[in-house]
Design a binder for this molecule. Structure first.
Ligand code: FES
Ligand SMILES: [Fe+2]
Length: 438
């Protein structure tokens, strides 16, 4: 890959992800979430999807197996998402060709002998699996890597809340918002709610922006991406509020969320999965290993902002529902749901944010480092090396080093020693839940 300095920054980064692009080749080397299991139609109707610029159809065959096929039939390109699920596959309604989940053509019923040469036809097909309440696919070449056993994805459903949001901008600018700890002190700043307010909301409001809006940032390279450490001074004791979040290659993160009210042992993960270059899905997996998440309430808050397909009602045409009269209640005047703020602000950067117009400063250090890692991964791929974060060895498929923490430390404590201690402690060991809320 040419890293010519005269290239625009966007051209050096995996902004474009369609088939055959370097960025598309990179994202295709990792398992990607494409749908929530709860959002699959109960009647097994095939679902049309667009992922990484490819038109696809997701379906469950009559044995319950998930299949993801190219949407255009291999015969004369009719749309398979209108097809019939039957006889071990998906049947095109134009001339009745039947494809199984691996893309084999099982029948060409209009041909002699149901198609004596049907094995010459292979429909595009990608492997799928259900994990963490979502359907994941691998769209790259060769043997898929191991599914990464991040704590947020391996726990039973009761420990997790999952959601997806449609976002009308390029995936990378949204992903970069996750490695920007300073914006939480502004964009997400809420007035500390009244005494009778929801405890989860109250704790978030106090922790995230309450102490110091100019934290000291440091960034450490990890095998899966970056660890970002933000230290905020707490007056008058001189203690430090330490928040640890992570960039997870190439389009994910592990950040704070439920660990703020429930203590150590939580790690929420997001994936930004391109639909095409100007829209993407933000998948969220909110997880805590020690607490039953208030899933009903989280779902209710989500439903107030997005319809059953994950499409937010706030968009550019209604100015994202900004309430100028509420600017004294929150910094942005768009309610108290953090993802809504993020969706708005990253869309406001433009469909494809032009990075050549930026003026990065010291507090953008993690963004700069994540870009360097992505560029390195593009280079690795171009030179035949596996990019960072692809897991192939079961022995390393355990992520106790993926630390998400919000901790108050004494002013003289050693943060590196503390983090090393947390890595060796099993902070994501599951605590049995007294009740399993739905
Ligand atoms: S186009 Fe699908 S069977 Fe002919
Ligand atoms: Fe944010």
């Amino acid at each position: 890959m040419n890293l010519n300095m005269s290239q625009s920054l966007n051209a050096k980064l995996p902004v474009h992800t369609g088939p055959g692009t370097p960025g598309g080749d990179l994202l295709r080397r990792y398992w990607q979430p494409i749908m929530l299991v709860d959002d699959l139609p109960a009647a097994r109707d095939p679902v049309p999807l667009r992922i990484l610029g490819e038109d696809l159809v997701l379906f469950r065959d009559d044995r319950g197996r998930l299949g993801l096929l190219g949407r255009q039939c291999a015969h004369r390109c009719a749309d398979l998402s209108y097809g019939r699920v039957e006889n071990g596959g998906l049947r095109c309604v134009y001339h009745g060709w039947l494809f199984d989940i691996e893309g084999h053509c099982l029948e060409q019923p209009g041909e002699p002998g149901k198609g004596q040469h049907r094995d010459r036809v292979l429909q595009k097909a990608y492997p799928c699996q259900e994990r963490a309440g979502a359907v994941w696919t691998y769209m790259g070449p060769g043997e898929p890597p191991l599914f990464p056993d991040y704590p947020a994805l391996t726990a039973p459903d009761a420990y997790r809340f999952s959601a997806r949001w449609l976002s009308n901008c390029n995936w990378l600018q949204a992903s970069e918002g996750n490695v920007d700890p300073v914006h939480t002190s502004f964009l997400h700043a809420l007035e500390v709610p009244a005494a009778d307010a929801d405890p989860l909301r109250k704790a978030q409001a106090q922790e995230v922006f309450g102490s110091d809006v100019a934290p000291r940032l440091s960034v450490q390279e990890t095998r899966f991406g970056l660890r970002v450490i933000a230290e905020r001074r707490q007056q008058p004791e001189g203690r430090r509020l330490v928040r640890v979040t992570n960039f997870v290659m190439p389009n994910a993160c592990a950040i704070g969320g439920a660990e703020t009210p429930f203590g150590r042992g939580g790690a929420s993960m997001f994936w930004h999965v391109p639909i095409d270059d100007t829209s993407h899905w933000r998948f969220e997996f909110v997880f805590h290993s020690k607490a039953a998440l208030p899933r009903d309430r989280l779902r209710e808050a989500y439903r107030q902002e997005a319809d059953e397909r994950g499409v937010p009602w706030r968009n550019a045409s209604n100015r994202f529902g900004q309430r100028r009269d509420m600017l004294d209640r929150s910094f942005v005047g768009m309610g108290q749901t953090f993802p809504v703020h993020d969706l708005f602000v990253t869309e406001s950067q433009g469909e494809i944010h032009d990075r050549d117009n930026e003026h990065l400063v010291t507090s953008d250090v993690a963004i700069a480092r994540s870009r360097r890692q992505l560029m390195q991964a593009l280079q690795d791929l171009a030179e035949g090396r596996e990019p960072r974060g692809v897991v192939r060895e079961p022995a390393v498929n355990r992520f106790h080093d993926l630390l998400v923490l919000t901790e108050t430390l004494a002013h003289d404590s050693n943060v590196d020693e503390f983090l090393a201690e947390m890595e060796s402690a099993d902070i994501y060991a599951l605590r049995p839940l007294a009740e399993h809320p739905t």
